[in-house]
Design a protein around this ligand. Structure first.
Ligand code: CA
Length: 251
């Protein structure tokens, strides 16, 4: 539930400023141990109008985030003391950091493979070496993350609405015809806008535990959902995160 005191709620009400960022001077916490990476991030994000705080190991990062939650966290995977994955898990468990967007920075493709299928709760993943322009774009997108509103048996993001009582999905008031599987798939994605789900996680959540289906099944149904949404006039609500899976973004 969102309340007017909630950061995410207020974020959504603020008019977007171009060029620059949605929030006035959003505060980013960089949890990274490599000095050259820290400098690169600090320089570029400061230039864009962000306030940048730095923690150079996992434990310090966790403490800093819990003490004074930032607007977004850039979290390195390979860290001394506590791994990035463990930091992410703990941030998701703590009450005051549960909603803070986290973008994980991973160094190698093997790390991506390890993350795939792990439910660590990051919002996005960026592989090193990354283009700073691309990273800034991903940060902006994460800060603009749409909020889901729940009310009496309804779930809504933007103009897309799910009515659980009637088992109906509408976009701009128009009813969308989806299969029961696609219904569950869309609900799963919509409940956590901006969060990246792996295909394995989606199989688990939308098809049921220990589904023996091929992960390509997910792609097929995502494809169908996209076509249904596109027909109703929306083309970009379901985003592909290359190498990781899918996430829901307000189109
Ligand atoms: Ca590192």
């Amino acid at each position: 539930m969102m309340s007017p005191n909630d950061k995410a709620f207020n974020r959504n009400l603020e008019p977007e400023r171009e060029p620059g960022v949605t929030l006035a001077n959003p505060r980013i916490l960089v949890i990274e141990d490599e000095p050259s990476q820290i400098e690169l991030l600090r320089y570029n994000f400061t230039k864009q109008g962000y306030q940048v705080d730095v923690a150079s190991d996992g434990e310090e990062g966790l403490l800093a985030a819990k003490e004074d939650p930032p607007d977004l966290i850039l979290l390195d995977w390979m860290l001394p003391n506590l791994s990035g994955i463990e930091v992410c898990r703990q941030l998701r468990r703590a009450k005051n950091t549960r909603e803070v967007p986290i973008i994980m920075l991973t160094a190698r493709s093997e790390e991506r493979d390890k993350i795939r299928g792990l439910d660590i709760g990051a919002d996005d993943y960026v592989s090193k070496p990354y283009s700073i322009k691309e990273l800034i774009a991903r940060v902006k997108a994460a800060l603009r993350r749409p909020t889901t509103s729940f009310s009496e048996n309804k779930l809504a993001v933007g103009e897309l609405e799910i009515n659980f009582e009637k088992h109906k999905i509408t976009f701009e008031g128009e009813i969308l015809e989806v299969s029961p599987t696609e219904f569950r798939l869309l609900v799963t994605l919509m409940q956590s806008p901006g969060r990246v789900f792996s295909r394995e996680q989606l199989l688990d959540l939308a098809w049921g535990i220990s589904s023996a289906l091929d992960t390509r099944t997910v792609d097929v149904h995502i494809g169908r959902l996209r076509r249904i949404l596109a027909k109703a006039g929306n083309n970009n609500m379901i985003r592909t995160v290359r190498g990781f899976g899918y996430s829901f973004a307000e189109g």
